[in-house]
Design a protein around this ligand. Structure first.
Ligand SMILES: Cc1cc2nc3c(=O)[nH]c(=O)nc-3n(C[C@H](O)[C@H](O)[C@H](O)COP(=O)(O)O)c2cc1C
Ligand SMILES: [Mn+2]
Length: 477
């Protein structure tokens, strides 16, 4: 695997000319704003902020790390030159055959170069941005790992939950719902009358960042999954305060205890969400007392603020790869692609129809696994699911709404859903309905459907290869 840590990954994206260096930006919603504008540009560059206003030179923040298809592929060890749908398929296949790699311990980890303990702990020394203007405070963790050990099984969970700074030695950790592995583990300690030992790992490498987003089964460590992505074990070292395994080459480590929610809480948020809204209000949230901070010299924070779609944390729709696998595992044949648009709010499945009901079977499975997604579309195999214009062409020419649209009620969403009324949320409602659109030729008369006038994707590619240079023209002429 090419990169060992975030620094080596930065060097790789710099070599691809995908990195911009920005000096003098204000962490008070300017870094977030620059990140959002950059993410909206076609080239979507990664940004390395240095000489951040109010902080020493060398204290840096990296954003938009893996927001392009190219950089997402690079992080996964997949050829970054592939077309996005081919890259996602390569990931889907790789993901199914990964063999977990347990971390290995090393001595003298770089993160122990600088340490503060007890009364010396001071989080304000690190540039934690206020990412969006109306955020409730600065967030050191927008793409950071929260590490805990399950007290029963002993396995390590390391997932991404946002971390707000509330003072020199106090942060909150936000679990979206009680089913998060971190929430389940913390509750086990609390029910045993103990605070939960916890570490927040900032500036982890992108394999860990991706692993921290995956839906893995309880009992499976994200560390083992990240090692599998890299094809080499993650190097760790036990944190001196908690004994928790810490990625040795990560940048800034907080160690401490997560206090029982019934005894201590702070109001967390609001925090701009990936839907493009503030749909969840301030909420009481468990507090972490930070007992120690360790960091590399000139540390780099990996920041990943949620932004209005289509901007998203990852340039390839990883959850679509999961749904693609789910379809295969359920025995649905002939799926040629799965994609998600509008961040993860719309899922598209492309398949070659073999029998009546095939498309709906796929749609129902995809709908079941589409977190917060109100729209699920199935298209034929001549439509590119990653191309929204192609998908909408199929919707407008192959779907008769009175026959090929269905609504599934009380389906999976979240408290972050902006369209669930506040009164309903107050009653605990976090579900919504999903629209299934079969934008496919009706199977009963599939052979009689009007013939295509357009070039097939294959023919268009052949023309590109033969005539593309001529079409590009030359600036010198
Ligand atoms: C950048 C980013 C930020 C996230 N923030 C949160 C968060 O604040 N709270 C949360 O519960 N999940 C958050 N998630 C989603 C979880 O990381 C994800 O669902 C993960 O699979 C949960 O892991 P677990 O199954 O070990 O609980 C975030 C994901 C990403 C990529
Ligand atoms: Mn987990």
């Amino acid at each position: 695997m090419p990169y060992q840590d975030l620094r080596e990954f930065i060097a790789e994206i710099d070599a691809l000319k995908a990195l911009r260096r920005i000096e003098g930006a204000d962490p008070h919603h300017e870094i977030g704003a620059i990140t959002e504008v950059a993410a909206g540009r076609a080239d979507c560059p990664a940004l390395l902020f240095d000489r951040i206003k109010g902080y020493p030179a060398g204290y840096r923040i990296l954003t938009n790390a893996v927001t392009s298809p190219q950089r997402a592929a690079l992080a996964l060890g997949i050829d970054p030159g592939m077309r996005p749908l081919d890259a996602l398929k390569a990931w889907m296949v790789k993901r199914q055959t990964l063999s977990p790699r347990q971390p290995v311990e090393i001595a003298n980890p770089p993160f122990m170069k600088n340490s503060m303990r007890g009364g010396d702990v001071d989080l304000t020394r690190f540039p934690a941005p206020v990412w969006h203007k109306q955020d409730g405070g600065p967030y050191i963790g927008s793409g950071s790992l929260v590490v805990m050990r399950d007290p029963e099984g002993g396995w390590i969970n390391a997932s991404i939950y946002r971390v707000q700074v509330h003072g020199p030695n106090k942060v909150t950790i936000q679990f979206d719902h009680g089913g998060r592995h971190g929430a389940i583990i913390a509750r086990k300690y609390w029910e045993g009358g103990m605070p939960c030992p916890v570490a927040v790992v900032n500036g982890e490498d992108p394999a860990l960042f991706i692993a921290g987003f995956e839906y893995l089964p309880a009992g499976v460590s994200e560390y083992d999954f990240a090692g599998a992505i890299k094809g080499a074990p993650i190097e760790i070292h036990p944190g001196p305060v908690t004994g928790l395994p810490i990625p040795a080459h990560a940048e800034i480590i907080l160690e401490g205890r997560l206090l029982p929610l019934s005894e201590t809480s702070l109001l967390e948020g609001p925090f701009g969400e990936f839907t493009g809204y503030f749909a969840a209000d301030k909420r009481p949230c468990p507090v972490m007392e930070v007992a120690a901070i360790h960091h590399r010299s000139d540390p780099i924070l990996l920041g990943s603020p949620p932004m209005k779609p289509p901007r998203f944390h990852f340039g390839l729709p990883f959850r679509a790869a999961g749904i693609w696998s789910n379809l295969e595992a359920a025995g649905v044949t002939d799926v040629v692609g799965v994609w998600q648009h509008v961040s993860q709010l719309m899922t598209v499945v492309a398949l070659r129809q073999r029998y009546d009901g095939h498309a709906k079977r796929a749609a129902l499975i995809a709908a079941a696994h589409s977190y917060m997604g109100r729209i699920v579309v199935v298209v034929d195999d001549d439509v590119d699911p990653s191309d929204l214009a192609d998908v909408m062409w199929a919707v407008t020419t192959r779907c008769e709404p009175s026959e090929q649209a269905d609504i599934v009620r009380n389906a999976w969403s979240s408290a972050l859903d902006p369209r669930i009324p506040a009164e309903a949320k107050a009653r605990g409602v976090t579900s919504h309905s999903k629209l299934i659109i079969e934008a496919v030729k009706p199977f009963a008369w599939i052979d009689k459907f009007p013939a295509l006038s357009a070039l097939s994707h294959q023919d268009a590619r052949a023309i590109e290869e033969k005539w593309g240079e001529a079409l590009k023209g030359s600036r010198d002429r």
